[in-house]
Design a protein around this ligand. Structure first.
Ligand SMILES: *Cc1c(COP(=O)(O)O)cnc(C)c1O
Length: 387
């Protein structure tokens, strides 16, 4: 793992040490949970630095310091869900602004953009962000933002962050990257000039499928202040309990991702040669259309993969329902492997037409690879596929 240029400490060390040592009274090694709504003042002019938990809380602050350090940003807000993080970042824009976003955006983000924010007067163009020409032709005079998500969900298409930042700069546009699928361990969007990074911490950052949360991280102090103001004004922050869980989870981020992506590669190779599988979507396979870009831009290929079955729904349904180690469930990034059918699950809120444009069909099955042994997971998929 290469060193972070702006930090004297390696990434894995920062995962463990970021934001701890908050307890000055008893010197606890972990950051305590501060379940308080309010903080008493020492005088009418002075307090401990905290006054009210919606605005700030020591447990949440610890998590925010940790996540800002991992992404290499100036500041972070930890929010109640990934969607509240999306909402927080989008509050930087105003009615009349036009935003360019990927056609195969995360389903919940698509719904927020296409329905709620469109009704509030923000305009969107959804396009294939893996195609720089298409993105270039989507800019308008009122374009203020370029929203990116790479690799995409569920087809793992990789967008060239540097190329997108170059385009956005020509149009003085803000760039926002949803980095949920790889985590800062495997991809640092700020290195390519992205302005704002967001995560659903529900996924890899927490990693244990026991909390929902999100975060928004800004590269500059100025954006960090704006994001903190919005988070407080809209009341988007997460609870101290949830912050504590994510902070505990993030300490093992690097070793979880290392193990999970090694297994993902083995599963991708197994599926790739299986007679019932038509196509595997995994950036680690040399046959992936953006394999070279993924190698350049990412520090690893991640632990998400999807595949198309040869006959569509029958085999898709069989593999989902007959696998024993993979729970059929939405979400991803936890230590337990999950399998899902995007058409009726994660991408059900997309219209059939939007799904078709994004290339998601009833052949498509998505897998989130956990920490189980690769041999067990492959044997389980083999028996489920053989029916
Ligand atoms: C899950 C997810 C979200 C939304 O996060 P929640 O925590 O479910 O609100 C946003 N983007 C991506 C890529 C996700 O996977």
């Amino acid at each position: 793992m290469p060193d972070e240029p702006n930090s004297p400490l390696q990434f894995v060390t920062r995962c463990v040490h970021g934001g701890v040592h908050k307890d000055q009274q008893y010197n606890s090694v972990t950051t305590p949970i501060y379940p308080t709504s309010t903080f008493y003042w020492d005088s009418l002019e002075t307090n401990s630095g905290y006054d009210y938990t919606r605005s700030s809380n020591p447990t949440r602050k610890a998590l925010e310091e940790n996540l800002a350090a991992l992404e290499g940003g100036a500041g972070c807000v930890a929010t109640s869900t990934g969607m509240s993080a999306v909402h927080c970042a989008m509050a930087l824009f105003s009615p009349g602004d036009h935003i360019i976003a990927p056609a195969d955006l995360y389903g919940g983000t698509f719904r927020l953009f296409d329905r709620y924010l469109t009704e509030k007067g923000i305009q969107f163009t959804f396009t294939d962000t893996t195609n720089a020409g298409k993105v270039a032709s989507a800019f308008r005079p009122e374009t203020k933002g370029l929203w990116l998500e790479t690799p995409s969900n569920p087809l793992l298409k990789v967008t060239d962050l540097q190329a997108m930042v170059d385009l956005a700069k020509q149009h003085q546009c803000l760039t926002i990257c949803d980095n949920t699928f790889l985590s800062p361990y495997l991809q640092r969007p700020f290195d390519f000039g992205i302005d704002i990074v967001m995560h659903s911490t529900t996924k890899y950052l927490n990693g244990h499928s026991d909390v929902v949360g999100g975060c928004v991280i800004a590269k500059t102090e100025e954006h960090a202040k704006q994001i903190a103001w919005i988070c407080n004004a809209l009341g988007l922050a997460c609870s101290p309990f949830d912050a504590w869980l994510v902070l505990r989870g993030v300490k093992t981020l690097a070793c979880r991702m290392d193990a999970q992506q090694i297994t993902a590669m083995k599963i991708a190779e197994f599926l790739n040669q299986h007679a019932m599988i038509e196509r595997v979507y995994y950036p680690g396979l040399p046959s992936h259309p953006q394999h070279e870009l993924a190698k350049r831009q990412q520090r690893g290929f991640g632990a998400m993969l999807s595949f198309d079955t040869v006959d569509g729904r029958p085999t898709a349904e069989r593999v989902c329902m007959q696998s024993k180690l993979f729970d059929v469930a939405e979400s991803l990034g936890g230590i337990e492997s999950l399998i899902s059918f995007p058409v009726t699950m994660s991408h059900a809120s997309m219209s059939p037409e939007a799904r078709k444009n994004a290339g998601i069909t009833d052949k498509t099955v998505r897998i989130s690879v956990g920490l189980e042994h690769a041999d067990d997971l492959i044997a389980d998929l083999a028996q489920a596929l053989s029916g």
